[in-house]
Design a protein around this ligand. Structure first.
Ligand code: FE
Length: 196
């Protein structure tokens, strides 16, 4: 499926849904419920909680960077992640950005549904070719001294960025920290918000 995408994935999706319903394998109601679940219940907040935990618990962070799928499975509010989950850490020296050049592979279990721009041809092609320009368009101007690493997702491996913890957040609770973590910072096109 990954290699043979139709020109319009929406058309293929509707065709697949119609076929599955016709064969009695699934109901449209069940599909709607799954979509709603990812849109409303999962969203990027789960990822934000993962990041906040990593910022406050060094042992968890080490496990997260070592095996993302196993580490997030420790958190009861996250469903078992199907694909391998690789978490890449931003540092003062290196900034990571995630893309799926072929389609729209995304770590759904922690970030919910991908934003529409993530699926656009422009982002998919330019994030690899000219990542610094793309980051600048997102409002993130990185000094030349910072290395930019681009991670190309696929159906087997999904990536999530562990953003840098903002300065001035010493003593913040996990909940307060999670509120600073944006979806974009976990894709790598942004950074976590500074405290007020
Ligand atoms: Fe993909």
């Amino acid at each position: 499926m990954h290699q043979h995408l139709p020109h319009d994935p929406a058309v293929k999706t509707r065709a697949l849904e119609a076929l599955l319903v016709e064969k009695g394998l699934i109901t449209s109601t069940a599909i709607d419920e799954v979509v709603k679940h990812y849109e409303e219940d999962i969203g990027p907040m789960k990822g934000a909680q993962v990041v906040a935990r990593a910022w406050t618990d060094a042992a968890f962070k080490a496990r997260l960077l070592d095996d993302g799928r196993a580490a997030v499975a420790e958190l009861e509010f996250i469903e078992r992640h199907g694909a391998e989950l690789v978490v890449v850490e931003n540092t003062p020296e290196a900034h990571n950005i995630v893309v799926c050049t072929l389609c729209s592979c995304y770590p759904w279990s922690v970030l919910g549904l991908p934003p529409s721009w993530y699926k656009s041809y422009a982002y998919r092609s330019r994030a690899v070719r000219e990542p610094r320009v793309v980051l600048s368009e997102f409002g993130l101007d990185l000094p030349e001294s910072v290395e930019v690493r681009v991670w190309d997702s696929n159906s087997d491996i999904r990536y999530m960025v562990l953003p840098q913890r903002p300065a001035g957040t010493e003593g913040f609770s996990e909940e307060e920290l999670a509120a600073l973590v944006t979806r974009d910072s976990m894709i790598g096109v942004g950074v976590a918000n500074p405290p007020d």
